[in-house]
Design a protein. Sequence first.
Length: 103
Amino acid sequence: MNEKFIRERITELRIQKNISEYKMSLDLGHSKSYIQSISSGKALPSMSEFLYICEYLDITPKEFFDVNDTETIKLHQLFISAKELNNEDLDVLIYLANHLKKK
């Protein structure tokens, strides 16, 4: 792992979420050019800022570094969404998952 990986991974995940550098910078509480400065190699986030970036992107630090495990990222995203559902909707989701598993 190196600085280039971190810059490129942040850019990759940001693009997957369809978020501009400008919006992400402001959402993280920084100047509008903060993420652009990371992407261009002028800066790197501190550890606490890295953790906040992961939270912002709805991934864990493990998922950030495990580029070959897109399934884990998708499961995490599903889990985040499922946590907001009521019991009835969770039952429907479980039924649907079981039905799809049988195919």
